[in-house]
Structure formats: structure tokens, C-alpha cells
Design a protein around this ligand. Structure first.
Ligand code: ADP
Ligand code: MG
Length: 699
């Protein structure tokens, strides 16, 4: 067992009780884990600001100033002490809410202080609440030369004296013995190329920086290391799959594919669609198993690519299946594909949770006999009784809705894994895709079918509601249909429902029966009621659909041309974009109207203006990543791949790029890292994969 695998309880000052809390609260079990518990920021007491330079953008600021006034204000619970300080550049307000008497006694007007604290925005001004104050004449500069690490902690940990300071002490303790154990493993040519700080030094500097410059270098080194190891693993997995060469060979483009392509295709494919079909054909004709991600914005035409891919499988003697996340979506796929395949000799079937027992039995028998060519369905497809005769191609729509485990079950539906194409309409920023799906090959449909009119998006304030109603009236008079969507946030489900109900009532009042028909759909309704209302809208029997976000995925009503999003400031960017994608599916000009209150946070403003500015899902995804960070983006939580300790996919794009290229270059010449120069790297990776077995990534 290596030093780094030593259980954390053996660190002096921890013991079994604290170790247990650390395990549970932070997922830290060993010395190695603990060393990777990096500070998330540093208190910088190495420099002095002038008051004019203090902004809310710095996490904390230190400055020298003279106390010019102090005053107790407010009554009872609102009571506080407000002081003003001044330097040559300006004045700053300091505020205390607690220990007022004591603080008041300490502060002496006319004296000069060293002041340290976190700047807050307070109206148009900046103030500091509960600053640290020290008389300038008592201030010892040597106490203020270091960057002080701040570690993530929790309430529970704090009750065991493991606040940031407590953790820092333990880190110091551990570093004493750890530093000499930390071995370099990056190959020397990489270290030289990037002038990288050696590993042991980087670990020390990141916990106990000697100055900003060293800290920055240390962070860069550790970020690179983290991302580089991930990229090596992902690319190795991808290469490994290809080297093993164990995939069904689709050697020919046959009768069904050709017939469909020449006679049934209702439109010409876009160049992007053609390119992707070609990529898939090349993949499936090499003898290795395809594991490909297809990204394409809503409406970019992924379904037709899926169909062509399935026809390819059929022509080569295989069955294919298409799995969708919801029943409505599966039904729509079934109906849509049945229409496209009309007149062709292809047996297409639908299997969902609500398929009747008798039908189901028949269907399963046909499937096992190989009589069914294409099976479409929901989660029902992955259940054990679903046995194919010869499944060769699996297509998964809206893949982020499925867990890895669910998907992997489909892999096992044949003696040898079928080819897999996963499709997503949630554009993923490049850096994230590289990390989340770095072991997949990716295809992108980055072009919409010709003749689509871009959706016009506007942002309107609550006060402009009458104008909105007028606009809706006109659109409905033209025969169009309208969605009105309300937010649904779990914590306040009741309130949201009231919102929705009130919204519905006001709509019904403004658009009265019998001239107008209004549908309502929300998550608390019975599935059958939801379906009934949905179908009324799909058939055009209702003009307005009032709904919560349950309509986000799937539904296709080409005649719906207006999407109104209420309280748009409460939605995330990708959700707004998904919702907008429900319109713009027909030939008519479509509109998306974002309604919001007057008071908006800076982030909310950015989200709304981004929506107004662009229809491009990839651009939106990049901005979303910048705003929220990777952890909150769709699909990242379930993956576990983003188990990053120091790198940040939103901020470290350049390092990621370098890490990826470097890993690629190494594997191109030496796929198994056999060169003696890579021995340490190989050893380190082996030791890592032993302690973390969660790396069986499947599509
Ligand atoms: P998504 O990528 O969101 O799944 P769909 O596959 O549902 O998109 O396609 C959206 C609409 O665009 C469908 O009505 C489809 O028939 C149509 N479509 C797809 N490709 C083309 C094309 N090349 N030219 C014209 N219309 C197309
Ligand atoms: Mg689709």
C-alpha cells in the first residue's frame, strides 16, 4: 500500500470519529484524497488596496484608512453600528450587526487602521460587513505576507473543529510527511514543453502558496495533470474499442436504404445530415463497434439520420431499435417513421409501458423471431423479456434523459454489442463534450434545413401584458396555436401551481369560450388526462396550451407558432432554448416571447438578452457554461466524469485543449504507453484505476 492510500484516520489529529465525518461529508478516505481537497480560494493579505480600487469582484480586500465617524443606528433587531473610514482615494462604510457594544468601545475616531473584509454591493455603494480591524501602529507586516488558503467545509465538519482553519492545520501536518512521497509522473518532454512546475512543489504551493505567481503556476500544473489523465483514459478507451475490432460489419448499402433515399425521402438532406450519415457508414464498415454521439439542435433533423442508420442495419441483416425518453415522444417517432416508410416492406413496431399484455406478448415473439425490423419504444425496451433475434443498431434519442446503466443494458441485447448512436438536442459546449463524451466519436448537425424562418425572440416586461394579449389574438386569428409556459421549481410546487392556475384563469378570461379553447397540462395531472389535453392541442382543437415545463421534450405541433414563457427570468438558458424549440417547426414565422418582472439579476439579464440575440444552441450552451459552471449543466451530474478537484471546464478551456492534444499525440505513437519515458505515467494511472473503479464508461 502506498503512502497515499493510508486511511485518513491515521493522520495525527484525526482519529476514527473525525475520519468518519470526513468520509461522509467530503468523500475523503485516504491521504491522497485529502491532499486533493484543494483550497477553493485564498485570502490575499499580501497587498493593500486603495478604497477607490475596492470592488465587489474581489473576494476580499485589505486597505489602510482612518476612522472618521461611527454611529449606532436602528432599533432593536435592526440595530447596527455604522462607521466611515477614509483614505486619500475615498470613503468606505463599515457595518456591524453583532457585538455592537464591544466593537464600539474598540473603535477610536481619528485612528488609522488596517481593515480587511469582503466587499458587498449595498445599493449603489460598496460596504464591508464585520471587517477585521487592526490599529495600524500594532500591525505587523510579517503576518501579512502569505496567501491564506480557504478550504471547503460543511456545518457538520465545523462542529468537529474542521472549519477552513482546522483543515488547513491538518494539511500542514500531512504535507510535512507527504512532500517527499509525491513523485513526478508526467514525462519529461511535457514538463519541458510547458515549463511545468514539478509535482511535489505544485502540491505544496497550492496548499501553501509563497506568492501569487507561484500559486498560479502550481494551479496550472495540477489542472493540466487532472485533465490530461482524464483525456488519456478517454482516448485510450476509444482506441481500445477500435483496436479490439469487435463490431458488426455493415459492409453494404442495400436495397432498403437506397429505395428510401431515392424514392421516399420527402426533402433533400442538408449537407450536415449527409456528412453525418457518411460518418456513420464509415464507422459501421470498419469492424469495430460504433459508439457515436450525434449533437444537433432542436429541429436540425436528427430523426431522418436515425432512420437511414437503421435502414443500413436492416440491409445488413440486423434489427434496429430506437429508444425515446417519454411515451409521447416514442409515439410521435412511431407515427412519423411509419409515414416515412409507407409502402416499404419494413416491419415497424412500438413498445411502451402502456402496451397491452396480449399485444406485448405477440410483439415479443415476433421480435425474437426476427420478424420485426425496427422497434421503437421507451424504457420498456431495456427490460429483460425484450429479446431480439439479431440487434445490430441501437439509437437513443435525448440521451441525457437516460442513465449510463440503462443505456448499457441495451448493449447486452446481442452476443456482441450492437452499434450505438446516441442523439442529443442539448448542445454541449466543446470542452464539456470533450470530457463528458471524450471516449465517444461525435458528429454534429450544425445546420438547419433550408427555408426555416428563424424564430423571432423578444423580451417583454410584465407591464406590457395587454400588448401581449393583442398579439396572441392576431396570431390565433391567422389560425396559429400558442404555448404559454409557467416555471415549475420543486421547492415551491404549490406556489407554482397557484401561478399556473391564476395564469390559466386570466387567459380563459381574455380568450373566452366558445370562440377560444384553452388546454392546460401540468405535472400533477394523471398521465391519461395529460395525454388527452395534449392530443386536443396536437389535433388543433385548442388554440392555447397553458402548461408547465412538462412539454419541454418532444412534442411536435408544427402549427404552433408562438411560445410565451412566463417568469422567464426563473428558467435556465438551456431550458429556455429547449422550450423555444417547440415552435418554428412549420412554414410560418414563429415567435418566442419572454415575459419577466421588472427587477432582474445580472445573470437573468444576460440569459434573456442571449435568447433575444441568438438562436444558435451551441452559442447558448457556451454562455450557459460561463454563467453556471459545468456542475449544473444537464447530464453532468449523473456522469461522475466531472469529478474534478481543481480544473474548471468553464475557465480552463485552454488547458483542456492542450491536455487533449498532448494525450492524443502520445497515444498516436504509443497507444499502450510502452516507451520507458512513460513508465511512471503508466504506473500512476494503474494505481489510480485500482483505487477508483468507477470508470466503466459506456456511451
Ligand atoms: P430533431 O433534430 O429536433 O429531432 P426532427 O428530426 O424532428 O428534428 O426534424 C424536424 C423537422 O424537420 C421534421 O419535420 C423533419 O421532417 C424536417 N426535416 C428534417 N430534415 C430536413 C431537411 N433536410 N429538409 C427539410 N426538412 C427537414
Ligand atoms: Mg428529435
Amino acid at each position: 500500500m502506498s503512502f497515499f492510500d493510508t486511511p485518513i484516520e491515521y493522520l495525527k489529529g484525526i482519529g476514527p470519529t473525525k475520519a468518519d465525518v470526513i468520509n461522509k461529508e467530503l468523500g475523503i478516505f485516504t491521504f491522497g484524497d485529502f491532499l486533493r481537497h484543494y483550497p477553493f480560494r485564498y485570502i490575499d493579505k499580501t497587498q493593500f488596496y486603495t478604497i477607490a480600487d475596492v470592488s465587489v469582484d474581489v473576494p476580499s480586500a485589505q486597505f489602510k484608512a482612518t476612522l472618521i465617524s461611527k454611529q449606532l443606528v436602528g432599533e432593536r433587531r435592526g440595530k447596527r453600528l455604522v462607521a466611515m473610514v477614509e483614505d486619500h482615494s475615498g470613503t468606505m462604510e463599515l457595518v456591524w450587526f453583532q457585538g455592537l457594544k464591544w466593537v464600539d468601545k474598540q473603535l477610536i475616531v481619528g485612528q488609522e487602521y488596517v481593515i480587511f473584509g469582503k466587499p458587498n454591493a449595498y445599493g449603489m455603494r460598496i460596504n464591508i460587513v464585520h471587517p477585521e480591524m487592526e490599529l495600524l501602529k500594532d500591525f505587523k507586516p510579517e503576518n501579512a505576507t502569505a496567501l491564506q488558503p480557504v478550504y471547503p467545509s460543511t456545518e457538520k465538519l465545523k462542529s468537529f473543529f474542521l472549519d477552513s482553519k482546522g483543515i488547513m492545520k491538518l494539511q500542514r501536518q500531512l504535507m510535512l510527511s507527504a512532500e517527499k512521497e509525491i513523485k513526478e509522473f508526467l514525462p519529461s518532454n511535457i514538463l519541458e514543453k510547458y515549463k511545468m512546475m514539478p509535482r511535489a512543489e505544485a502540491m505544496r504551493e497550492v496548499h501553501f502558496p509563497s506568492n501569487i505567481k507561484q500559486l498560479t503556476r502550481a494551479q496550472a500544473r495540477l489542472k493540466f495533470e487532472e485533465l490530461f489523465l482524464i483525456q488519456l483514459k478517454l482516448l485510450q478507451a476509444n482506441k481500445g474499442r477500435k483496436l479490439q475490432a469487435k463490431g458488426f460489419l455493415f459492409s453494404k448499402v442495400g436495397e432498403h436504404f437506397n429505395q428510401f433515399y431515392s424514392h421516399q425521402l420527402p426533402f433533400e438532406l442538408t449537407d450536415a445530415q449527409k456528412r453525418v450519415v457518411k460518418e456513420i457508414r464509415v464507422d459501421t464498415n470498419t469492424g469495430y463497434q460504433m459508439n457515436r454521439l450525434l449533437q444537433g439542435d432542436v429541429g436540425s433533423g436528427k430523426t431522418i439520420v436515425a432512420l437511414l442508420t437503421m435502414l443500413l442495419a436492416i440491409d445488413n441483416g440486423f434489427q434496429a431499435c430506437l429508444m425515446a425518453p417519454t411515451e409521447i415522444l416514442a409515439q410521435q417517432h412511431f407515427a412519423g417513421l411509419a409515414e416515412l416508410l409507407q409502402g416499404m416492406n419494413i416491419n415497424l413496431k412500438l413498445l411502451t409501458g402502456s402496451s397491452k399484455t396480449k399485444e406485448r406478448k405477440e410483439l415479443l415473439a415476433q421480435l425474437a423471431e426476427g420478424e420485426i425490423n425496427i422497434l421503437i419504444g421507451t424504457h420498456a425496451l431495456i427490460e429483460d423479456p425484450v429479446v431480439f433475434k439479431n440487434l445490430g443498431m441501437v439509437i437513443i434519442d435525448e440521451q441525457h434523459r437516460f442513465g449510463v446503466e440503462q443505456r448499457s443494458k441495451l448493449w447486452k441485447k446481442n452476443v456482441q454489442a450492437p452499434h450505438v448512436l446516441v442523439m442529443t438536442a442539448t448542445p454541449i459546449p466543446r470542452t464539456l463534450a470533450m470530457t463528458l463524451y471524450g471516449d465517444l466519436d461525435t458528429s454534429v448537425i450544425d445546420e438547419l434545413p433550408k427555408g426555416r424562418k428563424p424564430i423571432e425572440t423578444v423580451h417583454q416586461y410584465e407591464s406590457q401584458r395587454m400588448k401581449l394579449f393583442g398579439f396572441l389574438e392576431k396570431e390565433i386569428a391567422k389560425g396559429r396555436q400558442v404555448y404559454i409556459v409557467y416555471p415549475l421549481i420543486k421547492e415551491s410546487e404549490k406556489l407554482d401551481l397557484i401561478n399556473l392556475e391564476e395564469g390559466y384563469q386570466s387567459i380563459v378570461k381574455a380568450f373566452p369560450m366558445p370562440k377560444y379553447q384553452v388546454s392546460i397540462v401540468h405535472g400533477k395531472m394523471k398521465a391519461s388526462d395529460k395525454d388527452f389535453e395534449m392530443q386536443r392541442f396536437v389535433r388543433g382543437e385548442t388554440q392555447i396550451m397553458v402548461a408547465t415545463t412538462v412539454i419541454e421534450v418532444g412534442v411536435n405541433v408544427p402549427n404552433a407558432s408562438v411560445m410565451v414563457i412566463e417568469n422567464a427570468e426563473r428558467f435556465g438558458l438551456s431550458q429556455l432554448h429547449q422550450l423555444r424549440g417547440r415552435v418554428g417547426r412549420g412554414a410560418e414565422q414563429s415567435y418566442c416571447i419572454l415575459m419577466s418582472g421588472n427587477k432582474l439579476s445580472a445573470d437573468a439579464k444576460t440569459r434573456l438578452s442571449t435568447m433575444v440575440k441568438t438562436n444558435n444552441g451551441f452559442e447558448i450552451a457556451e454562455i450557459d457554461l460561463q454563467l453556471r459552471g459545468p456542475g449544473d449543466l444537464q447530464g453532468t451530474q449523473q456522469s461522475g466524469v466531472l469529478d474534478l478537484h481543481i480544473a474548471d471546464l468553464a475557465k480552463d478551456q485552454k488547458i483542456l485543449q492542450e491536455a487533449r492534444i498532448t494525450a492524443q499525440e502520445i497515444l498516436d505513437t504509443d497507444p499502450y504507453l510502452e516507451h520507458p519515458g512513460y513508465a511512471d505515467l503508466r504506473k500512476y494511472m494503474a494505481s489510480q484505476s485500482k483505487s477508483r473503479e468507477a470508470w466503466g464508461r459506456i456511451s
